[in-house]
Design a protein around this ligand. Structure first.
Ligand SMILES: [Ca+2]
Length: 256
């Protein structure tokens, strides 16, 4: 038996790990984001825009860049905060925004909505903070808050496997797969889940047009893997039954 190939692979992985981790020899979520953004930027979808729900195309009038760039956020704030801010220095902020767009200004005679630009979801800033944090939390067996070499190696192995699976169902490399392919993709990754779970995952990780992007798929897979592992640690006799106290359950799942 010749252990060389594995050693060589291990050696280069250790080198990579050291360069990412720095002197503390552990990878935190920001370091993970940096390396994932760098090495997988082509696997992520580009910026995507979604047409607003109930959007009436013939009434399309974006109502000027100022409103558009706020995405209606200030109006909602005014609605929610206006009454609470009466008599405070913040009152003027909300009353100004009210003047620009009084109550029903967004609704046309035909009942269509104006002043609503398409929803733009920025997907070109790399992996989300949340995905990176979750990946660290879920692989962080010793709960140090960061990934040591073995934890990092395990994560990279999983990512490599899931990336290969994702590519199978995204042959044109758009960075997104159809939600209805999620079952097949997860089956290929070795996870056989019932319809209720698959539906929940499609709602949780899908976008408005029912697509699931690569980083969301990774998150979904990490989560499934982690929760199955937590369960199996307690289901030692393989009976599909595990027992936790509430404290234990919260402790096992909260850092995820
Ligand atoms: Ca750790």
């Amino acid at each position: 038996m010749d252990p060389k190939p594995k050693d060589a692979h291990n050696e280069s992985l250790l080198k990579l790990f050291k360069s990412i981790a720095g002197p503390d020899m552990e990878v935190d979520w920001m370091e993970l984001k940096r390396i994932l953004d760098h090495s997988m930027k082509d696997d992520l979808p580009k910026t995507t825009s979604y047409t607003p729900l109930n959007y009436s195309q013939q009434n399309a009038d974006y109502g000027g860049p100022a409103q558009g760039s706020e995405g209606g956020g200030l109006n909602i704030l005014a609605l929610l905060c206006g009454p609470f801010c009466k008599g405070t220095p913040f009152e003027s902020i909300f009353s100004e925004s009210n003047e620009q767009s009084p109550g029903n200004a967004n609704q046309t005679k035909a009942g269509g909505y104006i002043g609503l630009p398409p929803v733009i979801v920025e997907e070109n800033n790399g992996f989300s903070k949340d995905v990176c944090r979750s990946m660290v939390a879920m692989m962080d067996v010793d709960q140090s808050g960061k990934l040591g070499f073995e934890e990092f190696e395990a994560l990279l192995n999983d990512i490599a496997k899931w990336k290969a699976v994702f590519k199978l169902y995204d042959p044109e490399q758009t960075g997104r797969i159809d939600g209805f392919k999620l079952r097949d993709a997860l089956n290929s990754a070795g996870y056989h889940l019932n319809n209720r779970i698959l539906n929940a995952l499609a709602h949780r990780y899908g976008s408005r047009d029912g697509k699931i992007s690569f980083d969301d798929f990774l998150m979904c897979a990490v989560k499934i893997r982690t929760y199955i592992d937590i369960f199996k640690q307690r289901d030692t006799e393989n009976k599909d039954v595990a027992t936790f106290s509430m404290d234990e359950w919260i402790e096992k799942t909260i850092y995820s």
